[in-house]
Design a protein around this ligand. Sequence first.
Ligand code: MN
Length: 258
Amino acid sequence: MSKPLILVCNDDGIFSVGIRTLIEVMSELGEVVVVAPDSPQSGMGHAITIGNTLRLESSDLFPGIIAYECSGTPADCVKLAKHYVLKGRKPDLVVSGINHGSNSSISVLYSGTMSAAIEAALEGLPAIGFSLCDYDAHADFSHVKKYVKQIATEVLTNGLAKGITLNVNFPPISAAPIKGVKICRQAHARWEEKFDERFDPYGRRYFWMAGSFENKDAGEDTDEWALANSYVSVVPCSFDLTAHQLIGQLNRDWKFIN
Ligand code: MN
């Protein structure tokens, strides 16, 4: 049997420690191809490049592994991988990360890491986004490698339903030892933003966005609960955002002009 083909992407860029860790683990499971941004793309969500040039250069950063760095977003990377780099070969698994920072709860919507995985799922490919709840550029990923390997192996062995992608978050090393893995729902939480008003040396105003994460969801079945209690959180995600429960009610109650 030939080795599975695994596409690796991320949003922190090809030089990050997190993608290096992911490539190390995936190399134990299959043939790895990397297409990752050439600069940090966190918070890009599902953005794509349509009004600018897209650059793609081969990279020798990872000996023995085919790798490309791309000037675009995480979603661009997956699209270019499909249409150009893999030349018609279909990956058995697409993995994104390991992100430096949490992508639990509502952060999934802003996440470039998860959008690479979701882009793959849109193409019908099994995909996983991995994130570590530690924003440090030199974060320690050693305690999560065995979980990355195990979860990827589960997906390679069992597949994933079409259109479903996994949002996997890990507690930081300061919360180790990890107690295990929980399949969760996304917590109903939000970011409470603050905009710090500042002035540049020419007296022109600019803003710096900051804020805090507000979680009022006390459920013990959420990703936030799992992470706060030293578990790995795994949220199966779909990208159909339709509020199906409202379709009947709106059709019935609202009056539209003909
Ligand atoms: Mn990131």
